[in-house]
Design a binder for this molecule. Structure first.
Ligand SMILES: Cc1cc2nc3c(=O)[nH]c(=O)nc-3n(C[C@H](O)[C@H](O)[C@H](O)COP(=O)(O)O)c2cc1C
Length: 434
């Protein structure tokens, strides 16, 4: 059998436009700070806060998240101007959420509220101590993010007992020295906002207006662009080569009910599938149900077991190793866009998982019988696909089996020899929110 010609027939049959693999998963940027990060005073926080404007400036390939919380301080025991306690950023839910986001970069811009007499005290020693501790907590995450020190913005007019003489005269110089001493990248939001102060503030003189938030966003954007190559290298180096999945659990729904629910659904939520959900799905798809005989949930002609499953996600493509119940990384690129119909409305990009079914024609061993080879290759993938359909029906997942895919590009990205051919794909994910 001429595998190359088989591939070209498949590729022609799908009649899809050309297009390359997407680059790796977006870099996650955690914007940590107070109300100036939150976006107080912006005409529309959703689009005009500095993190929102930063996302718009950076575009695809970045995932900028806002973990700002009003009135928060670097000082652990921080207070509001009126003495109300509990204002330390460490105590805010955003602190935990920012760490859970597994950020590649933390944009750290706290300090403005620490300039209040109630927090600063005599010399700001407590503020500086806790500021450094918070930065260290982010640096201690695994994998460690890059922490960018954002110098606290200029205070055009003292308000809420926030004082420019502290922000500009003591805190800012200390933040610059701290970043230099620790070798941390710095964005001088103070100098940037001061230079544009005339047009950049709302009436309270502390919070930027939309234009002022744009100034801060531009300053961070230029630093992130500078850091981007190093960040992507770090990301690639941190990617695990193998993910051992938890033991698979079987779907509880009776088969008759799952058959009644089995259907194609094409509206997906971007929410990732957990390792447990993946383990359950992959076992149902083509795991060993009789391990002592090395036999699987899907049948194959003459038990050749020539179907391999690849799991394509934003963070790369993985071969399902059924014996080890593990995902073995074969590629760091996001290949989901090579399945389904290309274009911005491709639902395969909306869903977290694209399964790709490949056939190993050598393992199948029907070289002298091309008609049988093709027939069995297709039907064997079909059994796996139906297992996935039934498992999804039983567990509330959405799925669609796909003849549309770009086999030549996928084979190249997965590094497959010409004897192994991607034949079908199947998108899986949680249903889109109503
Ligand atoms: C071999 C095969 C190839 C398919 N290819 C695609 C495809 O490329 N894109 C798509 O949206 N649906 C695809 N489907 C899904 C079918 O459109 C779907 O199964 C059909 O409309 C029947 O709907 P049901 O699955 O809900 O019964 C494919 C299904 C099969 C069996």
């Amino acid at each position: 059998m001429k595998y190359a010609s088989f591939l070209s027939v498949l590729a022609a049959g799908t009649a899809l436009a050309a297009g390359g693999a997407e680059s790796g998963a977006p870099l996650v940027v955690a914007c940590v700070g107070d109300s100036i990060t939150y976006g107080h005073g912006a005409s529309d926080r959703g689009s005009k806060s500095y993190p929102a404007q930063l996302q718009a400036l950076l575009g695809e390939g970045w995932d900028v998240r806002n973990f700002g919380h009003n009135a928060r301080t670097a000082l652990d025991e921080g207070k509001e101007w009126n003495g109300q306690g509990g204002m330390g950023y460490r105590k805010s839910p955003e602190f935990a959420k920012a760490k859970d986001a597994k950020p590649d970069v933390v944009l750290f811009m706290l300090g403005t509220n620490d300039s209040k007499p109630v927090n600063w005290g005599e010399d700001g020693a407590g503020v500086k101590r806790d500021y450094a501790k918070l930065v260290d907590d982010f640096l201690a995450l695994a994998p460690a993010p890059v922490v960018v020190v954002g110098v606290s913005p200029f205070v055009k007019k003292d308000s809420f007992s926030i004082r420019e003489k502290i922000v500009g005269g003591d805190l800012g110089p200390w933040q610059r020295a701290f970043a230099a001493e620790r070798g941390l990248p710095l964005v001088d939001a103070y100098e940037a906002t001061k230079a544009a102060a005339e047009t950049s503030y709302i009436g309270d003189g502390v919070h930027p207006n939309d234009a002022g938030y744009g100034v801060i966003a531009a300053a961070f954007a230029s630093k992130l662009r500078e850091l981007e190559p190093a960040l992507r290298e770090r990301r690639a180096a941190a990617a695990p080569a193998k993910i051992v999945l938890p033991a698979p659990k079987r779907a509880a729904m009776p088969l008759g009910e799952a058959l009644a629910k089995r259907a194609t659904h094409r509206a997906f939520s971007a929410e990732p599938l957990s390792d447990q959900e993946l383990s359950d799905l992959l076992w149902a798809a083509n795991g060993y149900n009789r391990p002592e005989e090395k036999k699987r949930t899907a049948p194959t002609a003459i038990n050749r077991q020539e179907v391999d499953l690849y799991v394509c996600r934003a963070d790369g493509a993985f071969l399902y190793d059924a014996a080890e119940n593990a995902l073995v990384r074969v590629c760091k690129d996001d290949l989901r866009g090579l399945t389904g119909r290309p274009g911005p409305n491709n639902f395969a990009l909306a869903a977290p998982v694209a399964l790709v079914y490949t056939i190993d024609f050598e393992r199948q061993g029907m070289q002298g019988r091309p008609a049988d080879s093709t027939k069995y290759a297709c039907v064997d993938c079909g059994f796996v696909g139906q297992n996935v359909y039934l498992h999804c029906a039983a567990t509330g997942l959405n799925t669609v089996f796909l003849g549309s895919l770009k086999p030549t590009e996928i084979a190249a990205a997965l590094g497959l020899p010409e004897t192994r051919v991607p034949l079908f794909a199947q998108t899986v994910g949680k249903p889109a929110a109503e």
